[in-house]
Design a protein around this ligand. Sequence first.
Ligand code: FNR
Length: 358
Amino acid sequence: MTLVCLSDFEAYAKKHLPKPIWDYFAAGADECYTRDDNLMAYKRIYLRPRVLRDMSTIDPRTTILGSEIDFPVGIAPTGFHGLACPDGEQSTARAAEAMNTCYIASTYSTFSVEEIVAAAPTGLRWFQLYLHRNRRFSEQLVQRVNALGFQALVLTVDVPYAGKRRNDIRNNYQFLKSIQVKNFKGAFEDEDQTEYGLPPGSIDPSINWNDITWLQSLTQLPIIIKGILTKEDAELAVRHGVQGIIVSNHGGRQLDGVLPTIATLGEVTTAVQGKIEVYLDGGIRTGNDVLKALALGAKCVFIGRPTMWGLAYKGKEGLQELLKILKDEFCLSMALTDACNSLTWFDALVTDIWTHPI
Ligand code: FNR
C-alpha cells in the first residue's frame, strides 16, 4: 500500500484502531467547530507565488531556541502513544531523531522520560509539563527531565479542566483501561487512583502567572508557554521572561468556539515583536499549511493527531514516513512559491482573506 499524504494515514488509522482509541485521538470539545476550523482556515488563505528566482536548491532547515532542525515541523505533545503502537513514545522519539526534528514528550506518556531518552539519546527533546496539585511531584519531574538532557520545558496552560469530549464520555473512557503512565509510577500511591495511576482531577486548576516565576526558580531550562491565543497573554508571556510561545487551542479539544490557531497567529506575533520565538500547532496536514504558518510568523509548527496516525500505521517507520512526506511537501511548496531557502521571504507569500476579501 502506498500512502501519499497525511489523510491516507488518517484513513488507515481510523480503519485499524479500536473505536474508543480512534475516538479519543480524533476528539474535539463540544460541537468540534474549532477542531474542524483549525484545518479549514488554511484553505481560506491563498499563496502569492514569486517566479524566476532559481529554485535549483531548496533548504528547509531552521533553528528553534538555537538548535538546528532539518525542517520546521516538530512533534506536539500528545498523551498515551502506547495506544497507537506497542513501543509508544520510544517509537516517536526514534522517528523524530531519525528526521532530526524536535519531539515534545507529554507528561501523559505511556513510557517514562528515562525510557524515552534511552530510545533516542541524541534526539532534540523538549518536555511538556502539566502542573499537578501535588507540586512536589511536578518539581521532581522537572528535576528528572533537567538531568536527562531535555532542552526546554513546555508548560501547557489551557487545561485548568479537561474539555468536554462527547465520544469519550459515550465510550465511558474505555481507552484508559489499558494505560499506565509510567512517569507517575509510585508518585500517588497514598491517593485515590484511577486506572492509569493518576488521582482524579490531579491537574492544578489554580495555575496562574506566578507559577511561571515558581518554575523559573526551579530550573534554568527555557520555558515555552503552550496554549496562548491572544495578544494580551502574549504580552504577559514576554513580560514574564519566557523564551517561547506555542499558539495552540489544543487541537480544538478544550474551549470550542475559539479562533483557529492560524487566524490568531498574526495577533500574537505582532504583540511579541520578535522578542521571543512563536510556534503554532493545530490543523497542520500539508506542506502548504506549514508554509502559510511560517509566512504568518511562526518559527516552527508541530503536529498532534498525525503523530498518532503515523504510529498506528507502522510505529517508528510509519511516523518517519509521515514526517518525510510533510518535509517533501513543504520543500515543494517552497520551490513552487519561489521561497528558496530564505525564510525571510515567506512573509510576502500569503494573501489572507480576512484582510483581503475576494
Ligand atoms: C493532545 N494534546 C496535548 N497537549 C498537551 O500539551 N499535552 C498532552 O498530553 C496532550 N495530549 C493530547 C492527546 C491527543 C490524542 C491529542 C489529539 C492532542 C494537544 C496537542 O499537543 C496539540 O495541541 C494538538 O493536537 C494540535 O492539533 P492537531 O495537530 O492534532 O490538529
